[in-house]
Design a protein around this ligand. Structure first.
Ligand code: NAD
Length: 477
């Protein structure tokens, strides 16, 4: 059921040249799923040479033909959704229904880029003399190095693979070593659809060694990273040394502002479902809940009931609503956040502890009376813990929501159109969801402000990230 683990370099599956590697573990059972090979410097050089060759082939392939191949990959992926979702759940832990939805979303992203690649329009600027043509032509930036984390093993690599390929770039992607099977399954879809050798390469290894090696190479002209802010800053510095274009999708700490004109029960249900999706390991996860005093108790009551009622278990079991955390680091981190909040006076309304001693399970957690000084209010928790705090006024909550250096996503719930406009204007965030949490679609721009990064994926901005402009001015001979 699980994938055979390998890298894909220059059209060949590879076990690497040194025999080095690491075990991939199922977070629900802690069983070893397979041994993942690591790339040596020589393997990475081979991938760079392949990406150079691949770029020359792919940039000359028409946008129409590229789109046709990428669209076919989306179709193949949909036809294998159940099998790929099983691999995803085995290595990452999320419930199988969430995994299937993620795979289908990745196929949608693939299809959207296939279409959008045909619309990489330039423009004509009126000349200053008769017969003069001034053209802006959009060209692929070159070979791309992309680095993706473990929380969305299908959607995040797909955004980078399909975006780069649709623009006419070649790509070397280092997907997460903790969730490699899903990216391997997706690469197979592209190959079977007809992507030529060298255009798409998949490697694994020690993250810092791989990224330093690839980013330093003159072959690479664009970096795309999704992950934590400290790693993003480190990679942005490496990219700057070679003046390379970069997209940085980094962490978030999304405030959720609930005004007291709403149906608090309904909003609590929506908010709790959003919080515990993927066990809270989502960069746009609703994270700090600010609820206006008039509906605070009602909201906390219902949110806590939902948290306590969630069935936690192996994601492959059909009745599981929340799976394990993806790795032991997250269990330890959430334990640390909860202990720190309690030390500063927080009350645990639900959860607050690990479940069992096999697999990385943590109970859906609700914290009240949380100090704004607590670590969970200041650092990205990335797990199933929800601090819920009361607020009194609009100005006060906006100040508290904008207090941090994060600026990825923010949410607000209100029945008032005036309040909705005022709060979405006031929140310092790359994305704002008003009265719902669905802010990530293939056709809409996904990205942050402040320390949450720069650049976008999705939307016309997502294709733009892989293009450069060339100005050509011509006077008739
Ligand atoms: P981490 O910060 O070390 O790693 C985050 C991701 O970056 C991982 O996929 C890792 O393989 C990769 N990475 C690390 N160093 C790298 C390097 N030098 N070059 C290239 N890639 C590198 O730690 P972690 O324990 O995996 O995650 C911890 C935190 O990261 C979480 O608490 C969360 O804040 C953040 N995170 C964010 C996202 C997101 O979607 N934005 C995803 C996963 C993790």
């Amino acid at each position: 059921m699980y994938e055979t683990l390998a890298m894909y370099i220059d059209g060949q599956w590879s076990q690497g040249s040194t025999g080095e590697g690491e075990d991939v573990v199922n977070p629900a059972t802690e069983a070893v799923l397979g041994r993942l090979p690591h790339a040596s410097p020589a393997d990475l050089d081979q991938a760079l040479a392949a990406a150079r060759k691949g770029f020359e082939i792919w940039r000359k392939t028409s946008a129409y033909e590229r789109g046709r191949i990428i669209e076919k990959a989306a179709d193949i992926m949909r036809s294998r959704a159940d099998a790929i979702a099983t691999v995803l759940t085995m290595e990452q832990g999320k419930p199988i229904a969430e995994a299937k939805l993620e795979v289908m979303t990745a196929a949608d992203i693939c299809e959207w880029y296939a279409e959008e690649g045909r619309r990489a329009y330039g423009r004509i600027i009126p000349g200053r003399v008769p017969g003069q043509r001034q053209m802006v032509i959009r060209e692929p930036v070159g070979a791309v190095a992309a680095f993706t984390p473990w929380n969305f093993p299908a959607v995040t690599p797909m955004r980078k693979m399909a975006g780069a390929l649709a623009a006419g770039c070649s790509i070397i992607i280092k997907a997460s070593e903790e969730t490699p099977g899903t990216s391997i399954a997706m690469v197979k879809c592209f190959l079977e659809a007809g992507v030529p050798a060298g255009v798409l390469n998949l490697v694994f290894g020690v993250p810092d060694k791989v990224s330093r090696h690839l980013i330093a190479s003159p072959t690479i002209r664009k970096i795309s990273f999704t992950g934590s802010i400290p790693v993003g800053k480190h990679l942005a510095k490496l990219a700057a040394e070679g003046m390379k274009k970069a997209t940085m999708e980094l962490g978030g700490h999304s405030p959720v502002v609930v005004f007291d004109d709403v149906d608090a029960i309904k909003v609590a249900e929506v908010a709790a479902a959003g919080k515990y999706r993927n066990a809270g390991q989502v960069c746009i996860s609703p994270t700090r809940f600010y609820v206006q005093e008039g509906v605070y108790d009602k909201f906390v009551g219902r949110f806590t009931e939902v948290a306590k009622g969630l069935k936690v278990g192996n994601g492959l079991d059909a009745d599981t609503k929340m799976g394990p955390l993806a790795n032991k680091r997250r269990v330890d981190a959430i334990d640390g956040f909860v202990a720190d909040a309690k030390k500063r006076g927080a009350k645990v309304a639900a959860g607050g502890e690990r479940i069992g001693n096999q697999g990385y399970f943590y109970a859906p957690t609700v914290l009240t009376s949380v100090s704004e000084e607590a670590r969970i209010m200041n650092e990205e928790p990335f797990g199933p813990a929800a601090p819920i705090l009361p607020f009194k006024t609009f100005d006060e909550v906006v100040q508290r929501a904008n207090r941090l250096e994060f600026g990825l996503a923010a949410y607000a719930f209100t029945k008032s159109a005036t309040m909705a406009a005022a709060v979405s204007d006031a929140l310092e965030s790359g994305m704002v969801g008003v009265n719902h949490l669905g802010i990530s679609l293939p056709e809409t721009p996904f990205g942050g402000v402040k320390e949450s990064g720069y650049g976008h994926e999705g939307g016309i901005e997502g294709l733009d990230a892989y293009l450069v402009s060339k100005f050509v001015t011509q006077i008739g001979a």
